[in-house]
Design a protein around this ligand. Structure first.
Ligand code: PFF
Length: 481
């Protein structure tokens, strides 16, 4: 790959759309709302926005500029900038390796929901499908989602038409999603998918606006709108900042070498700084809308209890079907919505798998087909514990987390901040910010130059170190944050 002449994106629009295609995905629609709900609503949103225009802006500018300057993908690019930093490419490459499998598990959940809606059973996804009696003798309802992923105890009475929990269901949908991703990568037809997604993406935006407007008009939703938009400073904690920072990296595909690769395909005359702004606005806009679709509805359907808000990865799957159920034409709207989400997820998973395949290809010096097979099989194997952890392995915990949450934690809250930190050190003190500034100024004047230097050299490294140390201590129970 490194020696081939690199093809370039035709212009600024081509570049921005391609990078946004990789950036916009489940991170925006599935992950952002559940984190915002869990970490205090408005305060999370505020911290996220501040980080986006400071850390996000600086890091994305640096990564794209590094890619364009060196014309190489991450592993080679860091090495070329400074031999001692070759390890950083490896560290960055580890992130997509960890993310791809569990990303595909969530992709499988989306596929399941799409099929439920397509087959006319959308309403079922909003229903309770079983009941069980707990230790105190109280009956509890089991939702469609809990039943599907299998987070429920055995020995329940099931509603008609529903079987007992089985790990094969989520495994099947996961295989379908990752199989589709792998097939597209194998056939090399990503371009076709990208073309379709360029049409789908604007439709997703329009539909999301419509659903969000509907959701905020539901009874009691106004309390949720306040919770989401008005920051409550008493809810601020280091955890909020860590969650927002990890989400920023995840959502904008930063600190994992992806934007370096995209930058390596960017033409010198394309305005780098304004491209960064456009990708950020697009990515953040979709995440914001997803929050508006989901968080106020939590107040409508569950009264905004801490338990409902803290639901975690299942939030979108629990809440949206209820919104669609109430909506006129909800069955059709739900179908279209999950189809669009599936496309957004696919463009991202394709870009994840493509990245991993080319790393294995280059580094193991094997051909593309062999590398593809290794990545596909490897991702399936690593994906399985993430499914089983929510299912028959419910008791297995790593530092108190299920597998999926653990993989998510290691990549977002540990690896990516480390990669970001070392990138800041490399740019701030080794190659010096001037090298990036010169690259940016090849196309236009760098307007936020001073801000960039301040963040890369001082603000970002200090903040990341503080957050990282306190969160690792917290994960091991040494220090509570
Ligand atoms: N940024 C994507 C999202 O928010 O869903 C996730 C992602 C896609 C990360 C592609 C990395 C990547 F290469």
């Amino acid at each position: 790959m490194a020696n081939e002449k690199r093809s370039s994106f035709s212009g600024k629009l081509g570049f921005v759309l391609a990078a946004a295609g990789s950036a916009v995905g489940l991170g925006n629609i599935w992950r952002f709302p559940y984190l915002a709900a869990k970490y205090g609503g408005g305060i999370f949103l505020l911290v996220y926005l501040i980080l986006a225009v400071t850390l996000g802006f600086a890091l994305m500018t640096a990564e794209i500029a590094i890619g364009r300057k060196t014309g190489l993908s991450a592993i080679e690019a860091y090495k070329k900038l400074d031999k001692r930093f070759g390890f950083l490419g490896w560290l960055a490459a580890l992130v997509p390796v960890i993310i791809l499998p569990y990303y595909s598990v969530i992709g499988g959940w989306v596929t399941k929901y799409l099929f439920a809606f397509v087959s006319g059973n959308g309403a079922q996804t909003a229903a309770d499908v079983a009941t069980f009696v707990d230790a105190e003798g109280a009956t509890k309802a089991v939702s469609f989602f809990e039943n599907f992923i299998g987070t429920v105890p055995a020995g329940l009475t099931y509603a008609e038409g529903f079987g007992a929990v089985s790990p094969w269901e989520p495994i099947g949908w996961f295989m379908l999603f990752i199989g589709a991703t792998a097939l597209i990568v194998f056939l090399g037809v990503e371009k076709g998918v990208e073309k379709v997604s360029k049409i789908m993406m604007p439709v997703l935006v329009v539909l999301s606006i419509g659903i969000a407007i509907y959701a905020v008009c539901l009874p009691n939703a106004i309390d949720g709108v306040k919770y989401y938009l008005l920051p409550d400073f008493s809810k601020f904690s280091v955890k909020t900042v860590l969650a927002a920072m990890g989400q920023l990296f995840y959502s904008m595909s930063l600190a994992m070498g992806i934007m370096i690769t995209y930058g390596s395909y960017m033409k010198k005359e394309v305005n780098l700084e304004s491209s960064v702004s456009q990708i950020e606005i697009f990515d953040t806009g979709i995440a914001f809308l997803a929050g508006l679709m989901i968080i106020p509805a939590v107040f409508t359907f569950s009264g905004g209890t801490p338990e409902a808000l803290g639901k975690g990865p299942g939030l979108m799957f629990a809440v949206l079907p209820k919104v669609f159920e109430k909506m006129w034409g909800g069955q059709v709207i739900g179908t279209v919505f999950f189809l669009l989400v599936l496309f957004a997820a696919l463009t991202s998973s394709i870009s994840l798998m493509e990245t991993v395949v080319s790393i294995v290809c280059d580094k193991a010096k094997i051909n593309r087909k062999a590398s593809w097979l290794i990545v596909f099989v490897g991702a399936v194997i690593i994906g399985l514990p993430s499914i089983l952890g929510y299912n028959v392995w419910g008791e297995v915990k790593i530092i108190g987390m299920q597998f999926l949450d653990f993989f998510d934690f290691i990549s977002n809250s540990v690896l990516m901040p480390i990669v970001a930190l070392i990138t800041c050190i490399l740019v701030g003190f080794v190659i010096k910010p001037q090298a990036i500034i010169e690259e940016v100024e090849l196309s236009a004047k760098f307007r936020r130059k001073a801000l960039f230097v301040f963040i890369i050299k001082y603000a970002a490294p200090i903040c990341i170190i503080l957050i990282l140390v306190s969160s690792v201590l917290d994960a091991f129970g040494i220090f509570k944050i």
